[in-house]
Ligand binder design. Structure first.
Ligand SMILES: NC(=O)c1ccc[n+]([C@@H]2O[C@H](COP(=O)([O-])OP(=O)(O)OC[C@H]3O[C@@H](n4cnc5c(N)ncnc54)[C@H](OP(=O)(O)O)[C@@H]3O)[C@@H](O)[C@H]2O)c1
Length: 214
């Protein structure tokens, strides 16, 4: 089981009316959120706890130190991060063992490729969120063409491409439909040819990034 902790709580409630989130990664807030999650999930331990965002207003050592304490208490198994840069990841790893990173990444949005490379080099899991981003910058036609060649769906092509990027990549597509779940799972068995991969690799050129907030 993996859950993400968004440093927020009181501060978030106070600012959400203004249309934004203010991060609150103070130790008391993080501990409180983990304890609440344990109660809601009715488990004694969260196997993978991902800090959803680093709070720039709280020392990183305090935030990760809290998660390390929770780990030492047996309430948390492994610790992960989300939306971090290579530098932030390196700083975090000086404080605590990091098992995973969850950054936005897909065929058309490779902004975090250096982070993926850092994860691959260190053997850490990289969990791309928003893993399926076909349909932007005229690229959908290219993906659809590869999909038609293979007799699969564009979503499956996008997921298969991610899985081919590195053995540390674990895409996390969200769905509320069983048929989409089955379709997405089947992408794991899809073999892309080198020619298809070349075609897909080139898609990011000129596509820019497709940012978004989690
Ligand atoms: N760390 C972060 O900052 C962050 C931010 C955002 C999300 N996340 C996490 O990332 C994961 C994915 O969330 P997401 O909302 O970004 O999901 P997503 O994978 O980007 O998109 C989900 C959407 O794709 C559709 N979909 C899924 N499979 C499909 C298929 N085979 N064919 C057509 N449409 C399909 C779903 O519709 P149906 O329901 O109809 O299938 C849903 O509308 C979640 O675990 C979420 O918590 C993390």
């Amino acid at each position: 089981m993996s859950i993400s902790v968004t440093p927020s709580s009181t501060a978030r409630r106070a600012t959400v009316r203004e249309g934004g989130w203010r991060l609150d990664g103070r130790p008391g807030t993080l501990r409180d959120q983990v304890e609440q999650a344990l109660r809601r999930l009715r488990v004694e331990r969260i196997e993978l706890l991902q800090l959803h965002r680093i709070d720039p207003g709280t020392p990183l050592a305090d935030q990760l130190g809290t998660l390390r304490d929770l780990q030492a208490e047996g309430l948390v198994g492994r610790i992960g991060l989300s939306e971090v840069t290579v530098t932030e990841l390196a700083r975090a790893r000086e404080i605590v063992d990091i098992a995973s990173v969850q950054n936005r990444y897909n065929l058309l949005d490779r902004e975090h490729e250096p982070v993926l490379d850092a994860c691959a080099a260190a053997g850490m899991a990289f969990l791309p969120w928003r893993p399926v981003a076909w349909g932007k910058a005229g690229a959908e036609a290219e993906i659809a063409a590869v999909a038609a060649d293979l007799g699969v769906t564009p979503t499956q092509v996008a997921l298969a491409w991610l899985l081919h990027c590195s053995p540390v990549v674990l895409p996390i597509p969200g769905t509320a439909r069983v048929e989409h779940l089955e379709e997405n799972l089947a992408a794991a068995d899809l073999d892309l040819t080198p020619a298809h991969r070349d075609r897909l690799d080139r898609l990011a050129e000129g596509a820019g990034t497709a940012s978004g907030e989690g």
